[in-house]
Design a protein around this ligand. Structure first.
Ligand code: MRU
Length: 356
């Protein structure tokens, strides 16, 4: 998608270096950062220079390429794969991508392994773009129906950033919105700020602005009253892990938005590539929910009056805080899952009919 009118992907491989857009600096600074070692990839995932389920999967795949460049020894590669998987625990794409790479590389001799690993990491990235594009085309049909009925601007609420910055291109939740905009359908997006890391304000609003899509940032608790006032026609969010029973684990706060949507008869859709489905788990209590540094809550970063990035404390110094990064929305609150293969019911049967 566009930044300053120039097309970008979120990650690419050039001259043995992985290039990323450093998302910790957006929206105030656009910085392309080099990852040269597997440890650089692990750090980038941990501190969220890259984030979003599909993008951390691809970063991990390229992390294995960097591992091979550093040390072409299988035991080093194995250790790298374990460290990459441990770098963020909730989004399943990370493990999915590492497992896919390791399966592809098993038994490959050391002369060929770098070439095959590089090709496979690129294949995962290209496949994700294709998946996201198709998610967009499938979700577009839903927006078209709402637009036809409403005959006015379609107001869509989204949480966190499930945009192109969270994937390689197009995004998941935003892809139907981009496709609708390109088709001339009038859309407006309510962007949940998404505390504490503000992915909505810092990333979703930023990328929608760059594509010329009208959007308004709201505090995370504003969605409910907007739904009561009929100012939300649909919600679309992403997911970090979709359980085999259709429950969806996504950024903290998604669950409360789904409850408000149910109470107000607002359709609540979840957009996902199949790489986000965890076929092995159907009980949300078995998912490890990442708990991040409480400093992400107690401190906030922004531009000071001299246009310099500055971090400040906003909580009482003695207060404790708890920073759970994700929650789970039970399938019964999800109107449908928008996938690369089509839209299905959020249920085991719905998923199986599409994918098995
Ligand atoms: O903590 P983050 O920013 O990595 O969380 C991202 C999300 O929760 C997204 O909604 C999810 O990964 C889907 S991205 C297409």
């Amino acid at each position: 998608m566009n930044i300053n009118g120039k097309l970008h992907r979120t990650i690419w491989f050039e001259n043995s270096i992985v290039k990323i857009i450093d998302q910790t600096k957006l929206p105030h600074q656009f910085i392309i950062k080099d990852l040269k070692t597997v440890q650089d990839s692990i750090n980038a995932i941990k501190i969220m220079e890259v984030r979003g389920a599909p993008l951390i999967g691809v970063t991990a795949a390229y992390g294995l390429v960097l591992s091979i460049i550093e040390n072409n020894d299988y035991s080093f590669l194995k250790k790298s794969s374990e460290n990459l998987i441990a770098s963020r625990p909730t989004a399943i794409n990370l493990k999915w991508a590492v497992d896919r790479m390791m399966k592809k590389l098993s038994g490959i001799n050391s002369n060929e392994i770098l070439k095959i690993a590089t090709e496979e990491a690129k294949a995962i990235a290209d496949e994700d773009i294709n998946f996201c594009k198709n998610i967009g085309l499938n979700g577009l049909k839903i927006i078209e129906k709402i637009a036809e009925k409403k005959k006015g601007v379609v107001n869509i609420l989204t949480h966190c950033n499930a945009g192109w910055l969270a994937t390689i291109d197009w995004g998941t939740a935003t892809s139907p919105i981009y496709h609708a905009h390109k088709k001339g359908i009038k859309v407006h997006v309510w962007v949940d700020e998404t505390r504490p890391r503000n992915q909505g304000a810092n990333l979703t609003s930023y990328e929608l602005n760059e594509e010329g899509i009208p959007n308004t940032i709201i505090a995370d608790n504003t969605g409910g009253i907007l739904m009561q006032r009929d100012q939300v026609d649909m919600c679309i969010v992403g997911t970090d892990r979709t359980l085999s029973n259709g429950d969806v684990c996504n950024k903290i706060g998604t669950y409360l938005k789904a409850l408000a949507a149910k109470d107000n008869n607002v359709p609540f859709y979840v957009a996902l590539p199949s790489s986000t489905i965890d076929w092995n788990i159907n009980d949300h209590k078995k998912i490890f929910i990442e708990e991040r540094n409480p400093e992400e809550l107690s401190h906030i970063e922004g531009l000071d009056k001299d246009n310099k990035l500055k971090k400040i404390l906003i909580y009482p110094q003695k207060s404790k805080s708890l920073n759970l990064a994700f929650d789970v929305t039970p399938a019964k609150y999800v109107t449908g899952l928008i996938t690369e293969k089509g839209v299905c019911e959020a249920s085991e049967q719905g998923l199986k009919e599409l994918f098995k």
